[in-house]
Design a protein around this ligand. Structure first.
Ligand code: B12
Ligand code: SF4
Ligand code: SF4
Length: 397
């Protein structure tokens, strides 16, 4: 393969290679192939994300990345994608819907004896689904352009996926810091194919939150500390998925029955009224999670947990965090004899200090509620969320 130099000194594929001659036609084909592979949208951008530098640095300086040290590593690669994969001159950005049919958001959030799991995590791990499709897309392009060198990314590498998606026209970064789209809302995953072919660029997406601040005011832990700025230390998604050890008391009540991730900032977003449900069976809820009670999930043995969560993103948090999160939800539930005895049994044989502390807290909460049954479990903010969902997302309520 011969190479030519681009203006920034890096090398990219030879456009004179007869198989890549018509780059516009190739880009159109890539979009059609991507859609046939199950991506709802495919866009192309260049690799200049350097304008993100001050925001990224401020985010890290303020410690908003919490214990996710990997976000502070490889900042140079995040800001210069060609350092991550040499000779990259374009990024093909893709998105894939994940909202399962009958999401039952309000029903599930209202039922404090049931576990609420973020809708992105009910089915198969999206990393696997997306990466294998992106690889297929890369192989397909290569059949038509031998000079292609590509590398797929989903989430795991130092890639500024939101900034790239926006440049490629897939949507803008909302005030909740997620990518959203006027036609599709935000219930989709992002992925990228780094390539060395100078494909024509798509127009970037324009910011369109306007004066809305719904996501900021509904966040149960005030994690969106300013528009476009998320302090992960306060975010329920971070606390339930990434954070190890004790969950600070101050956030426990606000977690309600959310035992894995949180969808609240997306639930109130007006653009999600137009969201499509996914056709991917892989993202439909695993059977053991459908309408699952807190007790039934809490009483899974470690072996059962590992078996049932095979291929699911939930497995990644491990059994201890699983039990920790469930015990908080059990502590937040209205008084229930079964919940209390299940927690007491678990405390009597717990070895981990973290779990002992959480189980004891949850038992104390249950006992308080037993003594004061009239004491409200739900907060006014939670009730407001339920009303907004019922009104704004009737199909998914
Ligand atoms: C780390 C991470 C998290 C962390 C931290 C998120 C965060 N906002 O920092 C935690 C665990 C909290 C998390 C939670 C969730 N995540 Co997450 N997460 C990531 C990951 C791996 C990296 C994100 C990152 O780089 N953060 C670092 C900061 C610096 O980046 P940023 O948030 O984009 O910040 C930019 C803007 O805020 C902006 N900015 C900052 N300050 C200012 C100020 C002004 C004035 C302006 C204009 C801009 C601005 O500049 C920053 C730098 O570019 C990405 C995948 C990826 N590689 O991008 C998935 C990703 C963002 N997550 C995803 C999902 C689905 C979620 C959850 C919805 C899951 C859930 N239901 O629980 C929640 C949503 C929480 C939320 N409101 O963001 C999807 C989002 C898809 C989409 N439609 O956008 C991604 C893209 C994964 C994927 N491949 O699909 N996540
Ligand atoms: S995911 Fe939940 S806790 Fe995190 S910012 Fe959104 S609403 Fe707040
Ligand atoms: S809720 Fe409003 S402010 Fe938040 S992302 Fe959606 S449109 Fe933007």
């Amino acid at each position: 393969m011969s190479l030519i130099n681009s203006t920034n000194g890096s090398a990219h594929a030879d456009v004179n290679d007869s198989s890549c001659l018509d780059l516009l036609a190739l880009a159109n084909n890539i979009k059609a192939w991507g859609k046939a592979l199950g991506f709802q949208q495919v866009g192309v951008c260049d690799i200049d994300v350097s304008q993100q530098k001050p925001m990224l640095e401020a985010y890290l300086e303020k410690g908003y990345h919490a214990s996710m040290d990997y976000l502070a590593r490889n900042v140079d690669k995040r800001l210069a994608p060609e350092k991550l994969h040499p000779n990259t001159c374009r990024i093909i950005s893709v998105r894939m819907n994940y909202l399962p049919p009958e999401a039952q958001f309000a029903n599930n959030l209202q039922n404090d004896k049931q576990a609420y799991i973020s809708r992105y995590a009910l089915g198969r791990d999206y990393h696997k689904v997306m990466r294998s499709r992106l690889k297929k897309l890369g192989e397909r392009i290569k059949q038509h352009c031998e000079a292609l060198d590509y590398r797929p990314f989903v989430d795991s590498a130092p890639v500024l996926e939101h900034a790239i998606a926006q440049k490629a026209g897939l949507g803008w970064t909302g005030k909740h810091t997620l990518t959203l789209n006027e036609e599709a809302g935000s219930w989709f995953f992002l992925g990228e194919l780094f390539v060395n072919i100078p494909l024509p660029l798509d127009e970037s997406a324009q910011e369109n939150c306007g004066t809305c601040t719904a996501c900021i005011s509904i966040c149960p832990t005030q994690a969106i500390v300013a528009p476009y700025q998320l302090d992960a230390r306060r975010c329920i998604s971070y606390l339930t998925i990434e954070h190890k050890g004790v969950i600070p008391l101050v956030y426990r009540k606000a977690m309600g029955n959310r035992i894995y991730g949180c969808d609240d900032c997306q639930l109130v977003c007006p653009w999600n009224r137009y969201a499509e449900v996914t056709q991917e069976k892989d993202f439909f809820a695993k059977e053991f999670l459908q309408g699952a009670s807190l007790v039934s999930l809490f009483e899974l043995t470690k072996l059962e947990f590992l078996e049932k969560t095979q291929g699911s993103p939930i497995r990644r948090i491990g059994y201890e965090s699983w039990q920790r999160n469930l015990s908080i939800a059990m502590g937040n539930a209205g008084f229930d004899e079964q919940i209390l005895s299940s927690l007491q049994r678990a405390l009597s044989c717990a070895v981990s200090d973290v779990l002992k502390e959480h189980f004891a807290w949850a038992i104390a909460e249950q006992k308080t509620r037993k003594a004061n049954p009239e004491k409200a479990v739900s907060t006014r903010q939670h009730e407001r969320l339920i009303r907004i969902v019922q009104k704004g997302l009737p199909r998914d309520a």
